[in-house]
Design a protein. Structure first.
Lengths: 291, 255
């Protein structure tokens, strides 16, 4: 048998495979594994890590100081997800009920702000919210308030910033599932004497569950990582998981601990995705059974 | 109901657009700090073009965005084809990995890449930024193009094969023309993702190579000059035009 020549190995097929496999392995798989390894190493002030096994970082995760940050970060992200859902659901619903030829342009209008730098938009919020900013100037000019409202550098500002940045990520999946919803079902339910609340909880909500879950994941996870939003809008008081990871890496130089937090965040993501796919599967099979 | 619907939609659009409109209006405001309107001016635009630091950062940002989006689109398109058409070891787990990367928080990718670069001994700057941007754009291109390929009638590819077309010819004459809208969409998405990224770039770039979002980030904390409003306005108009252009390009192609 002939040895395969170079021209045989360098086929188009092999090049395509090699390119994507190499890139994914080198820049996605290897770095992910490295973080997992670093998280169980010992800290070293000079070279960042020493090759000695230690569960120190994971033990530190249970420290009340950090538990408090986790709790707070969760609360921020959960509240942001809820707010996005409350604002986004009626929006997506109305959008899905608009005339077909208007839907595409209206949807494009939701996406356009997302194409501009979110940092720039966060900065625009500062102009609006600050003590001598637009809201306060107008309210004072109208004589509604005497002293400026303190909005910037509070939790309210952080929520406004997070919802503002992440709202499109909630609207898009919600719209996708509401648009597919067959409204004859809603009409049928009304004809059979269902009350509006029943129609909502029994028909609209279950049928849009995949969209709600997808949107919740798309908002919840980034909400914990967007360190620049609390940094700029909340002053130094508020801390997200993202701020913690960033500070552990860049300020404290504690790589193992920063990695441990990041592993934790990755696990959380995988958990949420597993729940999502399981629910989707259950919905699909229950639909099949009913059909 | 119609009135409620219309006013609610308008309200949310106002929430999304007011900050952008404020920036645009402010970029023409003669007053430097006050929130009052002191007449229209173009002086901040003139100052912007004199501000070398900002202009350098903008050029750097655009260079990274153009290069990384092109590389990501090239590898991603070939990758989508490989994942769809070829059978190789680790195909499924790798595709799952690509998919998960798209969902994973930016900060996780940022720190894992900075670990890799430091251990490899790469100097943080243009090259590391480029590698990182290609990496986070790649999954979006792969998934977009893959979705389009799997919508094809596979008989077309089989027919070409029966008629003696090689793998490259199939790619060049069938897959590429048919996936063109998805490839264009993937490229545009990559370009804007790269231009917009703050979190990953924050970790993987060095002090010598500053890009616009990070420059603005450090400026916002120290107090922003009105030139930044002018810059943001220009960037907004630029992205708006390219999105509209891409929209029409894709439309033309699919006709």
């Amino acid at each position: 048998m002939n040895k395969p020549g170079l021209s045989h190995i360098l086929t188009f097929r092999n090049t395509a495979i090699a390119l994507v496999v190499t890139w994914t392995l080198l820049f996605i798989v290897v770095p992910t594994l490295m973080i997992a390894v670093v998280s169980v190493l010992q800290r070293d002030a000079r070279t960042f890590v020493t090759p000695a096994f230690s569960l120190e970082s994971y033990m530190a995760l249970a420290d009340p100081v950090y538990l408090k940050i986790f709790g707070k970060s969760f609360a921020y992200a959960a509240m942001t997800t809820l707010l996005c859902l409350l604002v986004g659901f009626p929006f997506a619903f109305f959008l899905a009920r608009t005339r077909k030829r208007w839907q595409k342009p209206l949807l494009l209008l939701v996406i356009i702000p997302f194409w501009t730098s979110s940092l720039i938009r966060t900065y625009a919020l500062i102009i609006i919210l600050k003590a001598n900013g637009i809201i306060n100037t107008w309210l004072r000019a109208a004589g509604i308030i005497k002293l400026p409202l303190e909005i910037l550098y509070t939790d309210i500002a952080v929520y406004i910033g997070l919802v503002y940045t992440l709202l499109p990520f909630m609207i898009l999946p919600l719209y996708a599932s509401l648009e597919k919803l067959d409204f004859r079902l809603v009409e049928a339910a009304f004809d059979l004497g269902a009350r509006p609340v029943q129609v909502f909880t029994r028909i609209i909500l279950p049928l849009s569950l995949p969209g709600i879950m997808a949107g919740a994941i798309m908002v919840f996870l980034p909400a914990m990582g967007l360190f620049y939003v609390p940094d700029l809008l909340g002053g130094a008081k508020s801390m997200l998981l993202g701020n913690l990871i960033k500070n552990q890496f860049l300020v404290a130089g504690n790589w193992p601990f920063g990695s441990a937090v990041s592993v934790f965040l990755t696990m959380l993501m995988l958990g949420l995705m597993a729940i999502y796919f399981k629910t989707m599967k259950r919905i699909n099979t229950s639909v099949m059974e009913e059909a | 109901m119609a009135l409620l619907k219309r006013s609610y939609l308008t309200l949310v659009y106002l929430f999304l657009y007011i900050p952008i409109l404020v920036l645009i209006v402010y970029s023409f405001n003669a007053a430097k700090y006050a929130t009052v309107w002191k007449g229209a001016t173009l002086k901040w635009y003139a100052k912007l073009f004199e501000n070398e630091m900002l202009m350098d950062a903008m050029v750097n940002s655009i260079t990274v965005a153009v290069t990384s989006s092109i590389v990501a689109t090239a590898i991603g398109t070939l990758g989508a084809l490989a994942f769809y058409r070829y059978r190789f070891t680790g195909r499924k787990p790798l595709y799952a990995m690509v998919y998960t990367t798209m969902m994973s928080p930016d900060i996780v990718m940022g720190i894992s890449l900075v670990c890799l670069f430091v251990i490899l001994g790469l100097k943080l700057g243009f090259i590391t930024l480029l590698l990182a941007h290609v990496t986070f754009c790649l999954p979006f291109v792969i998934v977009t193009v893959y979705a389009r390929i799997s919508g094809f009638d596979p008989a077309v590819i089989d027919a070409a094969k029966d008629l003696g077309a090689g793998e490259f010819q199939i790619f060049r004459h069938i897959i590429l023309p048919m996936t063109a809208p998805a490839v264009a969409a993937g490229w545009l998405l990559s370009f804007t993702l790269s231009l917009d990224d703050v979190i990953v770039s924050f970790f993987v770039t060095g002090p010598e190579f500053e890009i616009l979002p990070l420059k603005i980030y450090s400026m916002v904390r120290l107090g922003v000059k009105p030139e930044v409003n002018a810059l943001c306005t220009l960037m907004f108009i630029f992205t708006l035009l390219s999105v509209i252009a891409a929209h029409y390009l894709v439309k033309e192609k699919t006709k």
